[in-house]
Design a protein around this ligand. Structure first.
Ligand code: ZN
Length: 118
């Protein structure tokens, strides 16, 4: 919580950069709970379940990434001290938006042709 405030203050000062910062939750978020620039990291007990984010491609749809060991496909999320997420592998939306990107230390790294034109 505190770290996120520090991260946002440092971003305002131009010291660090990020597009996404993680918020921890126990349960799956509803679409309207989800804010732009936020990844909701759903952890129940010790079990990582989901990483949910609003599509940065413009459609704004919720993208739920499964972190469960038992599901495919699955993603890995790692957070740095500020809560900036690194997500592996890349995220590829299958809807009209079709965006394709990596999230590295909270920053969106668009794949070639993966950024929707507006
Ligand atoms: Zn989209």
């Amino acid at each position: 919580m505190m770290k996120k405030l520090i991260a946002k203050a440092l971003r305002r000062l131009g010291i660090i950069e990020f597009d996404f910062v993680a918020t921890r939750a126990r349960s799956y978020p509803s679409e309207c709970d989800l804010r732009p620039g936020e990844i909701v990291h759903v952890v129940d007990g010790e079990i990582e379940k989901w990483a949910c984010l609003k599509c940065p491609g413009g459609c704004g749809a919720m993208i739920p990434l499964s972190l469960s060991q038992r599901r495919r496909p699955r993603w890995d999320i790692a957070l740095d001290w500020f809560g900036r997420p690194t997500v592996k592998p890349s995220v590829h939306q299958q809807n009209d938006c079709g965006c394709h990107f990596w999230i590295k230390q909270g920053r969106i790294d668009w794949c070639k042709g993966g950024r929707p034109s507006r």
